[in-house]
Design a protein around this ligand. Structure first.
Ligand code: B12
Ligand code: SF4
Length: 498
């Protein structure tokens, strides 16, 4: 059979700089599961077309037209693009949606796809191809242990993200574990079992990577890499694994022993999750600290990390129920002044269905009825507990203006290698586009009372601004949808705890 697999990685680019960003950066966001599904289908003897969409070109031309099955994967904010693909192939192939959006919103996804997959293994995919599931089914397979193909086996898929056919600067998505022992209420993995993958297989993959593509960057996609970090670093050191790599982990896993080991490897970017100044302090290894003590502790850890890598991104969330007044962003700003080389990545809280946060906000009637495309920065889809909407956006806008201003940028790139400078300039530019959006939102807040009432939860009527923006997200393709489908897009099933 002919099978297509498409992973959607970003919005369509609307300018040359966005196209360049897509080609160089977003293209490297590809994840392991679509590549794995592609390999499984190949190994079952099918003719497989795997591709990713990184914002350039016509999304409907990324796969052949005449397929028997189409598998699509996307995060929630890009689900409208997946729905376009689902609709396009509706009567041409059996359409299947998997990935983060499918996992959180299967009922809504079934409006546009024949089958939706929450969890799966190779046997599930085989059953789908054998047409064992009726159209309209949500598939959720409990499995004992997920087995992934080796890097060598999924190499044809990995090569798709190579730039100009070269591995230099391309990222190979990699997992050393699945699940997480922590229980953060905003995370889709809050109730998953932690399970490390076989160290022997990891060793074989590392040998293959260093022999075949030694300059490719390894992107560790483990939900919580910190749990496994000691063992993986020991392995890297013992076999002298020198591929560059990027990793995300909670700050508490960066103990002095781990930092010593990190120094012996080729870590080019590290992104510790700090999340908040007043909550999740155990994740920063600072359980009983007050915010000022936490700041000192974090400055200490980040200073040490500077000896490991030049590129440190610290991850925060702004707008949690524990956030109040100017403390959160003032302290983040203070952190940037103390360690000016860091990139502070501040996300707004998102309550994805299936998480305890979603359940809590649904109960408190604090989830805003917004189309899925807004489930990403700089949009706010929840009613914050301690901020009025104008106050919230004013603080956030000032902060982003500070992060992207010339002075902050020049301090951040001082003494850095050319490539690091380019990446920072690109990221600042992309963030400035968010700033433009945030200023427009502020303008709407000030001129439209309905906008304010919507954000305080008093009105359920979607403001005109968001309506126009939704149509903009779809572009000309909006007219592909019938009036009923357009109604679905504007009123997604976000409130069912699925
Ligand atoms: C690695 C990762 C990334 C990487 C790689 C991105 C990517 N494309 O996966 C990077 C750092 C680039 C990234 C970026 C972002 N991420 Co991210 N990321 C993760 C993370 C930590 C792990 C995902 C993973 O690979 N897990 C391992 C696999 C094996 O498990 P799994 O995903 O549960 O998959 C199972 C099933 O879902 C299914 N499946 C998965 N994919 C597919 C595909 C098909 C075709 C099929 C049939 C089945 C299937 O099979 C698996 C086994 O059952 C998750 C958090 C988490 N703890 O899961 C967030 C997560 C996926 N990210 C999230 C978000 C919001 C983002 C960003 C928007 C953040 C931001 N503010 O910019 C960007 C979006 C980038 C993009 N275009 O995709 C959300 C998505 C929620 C949602 N509903 O959309 C998550 C869930 C975090 C959260 N908030 O809880 N992320
Ligand atoms: S530590 Fe990370 S992966 Fe684990 S539950 Fe918290 S946010 Fe999710």
């Amino acid at each position: 059979m002919k099978i297509g697999i498409l992973e959607i990685l970003t919005f369509p680019a609307s300018s040359l700089s966005e196209s360049c960003y897509g080609a160089l950066v977003s293209r490297q966001y590809s994840s392991i599961m679509p590549q794995t599904v592609s390999y499984w289908c190949r190994s079952l003897g099918h003719e497989v077309y795997y591709n990713t969409y990184w914002g350039v070109g016509n999304i409907l031309k990324k796969l052949p037209k005449d397929l028997d099955f189409v598998f699509v994967s996307c995060p929630t904010h890009l689900s409208h693009l997946a729905y376009i693909v689902g609709k396009f192939y509706k009567n041409r192939a059996i359409t299947v949606l998997g990935g983060p959006h499918a996992k959180c919103y299967p009922e809504d996804s079934l409006r546009f796809f024949d089958l939706v997959v929450k969890r799966c293994d190779k046997t599930t995919i085989q059953s789908i191809l054998n047409k064992e599931y009726a159209k309209g089914t949500t598939i959720d397979t409990e499995f004992a242990k997920l087995e992934f193909p080796s890097v060598e086996q999924r190499f044809p898929e990995i090569k798709k993200s190579f730039i100009l056919d070269r591995s230099f600067l391309s990222v190979v998505p990699y997992l050393t574990s699945v699940g997480c022992p922590n229980r953060c209420p905003f995370c889709v993995d809050w109730n998953s079992e932690y399970s490390p993958l076989s160290i022997d297989l990891i060793r074989e993959d590392f040998y293959f990577l260093s022999k075949t593509i030694p300059s490719a960057i390894i992107g560790f996609h483990d939900p919580n890499f910190g749990t496994n970090i000691d063992e993986v670093l020991d392995l890297m050191i013992s076999i002298n694994f020198q591929n560059p790599y990027v990793m995300e982990c909670s700050l508490d896993s960066l103990t002095s022993t781990v930092v010593k080991k990190l120094k012996k490897t080729n870590c080019v970017l590290i992104a510790p999750g700090i999340e908040s100044w007043t909550a999740y302090s155990q994740k920063s290894g600072c359980d009983k600290c007050d915010p000022m003590e936490k700041l000192e502790h974090i400055v200490g850890v980040l200073e040490n990390l500077k000896e490991v890598t030049n590129y440190i991104q610290s991850n925060f969330i702004f707008g949690l129920d524990t956030d109040e007044g100017d403390t959160p962003l003032r302290l983040t700003r203070e952190l940037c002044s103390r360690v000016p080389s860091i990139w502070p990545n501040v996300n707004l809280p998102m309550a994805f269905a299936g998480t305890p946060l979603h359940k809590q906000l649904m109960k408190q009637d604090r989830l805003l009825p917004m189309p899925f495309s807004f489930c990403v920065n700089p949009y706010l889809t929840i009613v914050p507990k301690n901020y009025d909407i104008e106050d919230f956006y004013l603080r956030f806008t000032n902060f982003i203006a500070f992060v992207t201003n010339r002075a902050s940028l020049s301090k951040r790139i001082q003494g850095r290698a050319l490539l690091e400078k380019i990446v920072h300039v690109f990221r600042s530019g992309a963030m400035k586009l968010d700033l433009v959006q945030m200023n427009r939102i502020l303008k709407e807040i000030r001129k439209d009372k309905g906008f304010r009432r919507f954000h305080s939860g008093e009105s359920k009527i979607l403001p005109q601004y968001y309506l126009r923006k939704t149509q903009e997200f779809f572009g000309q393709l909006y007219s592909m949808f019938s009036p009923e489908e357009q109604h679905w897009l504007l009123n997604p099933l976000t409130f069912v705890d699925q």
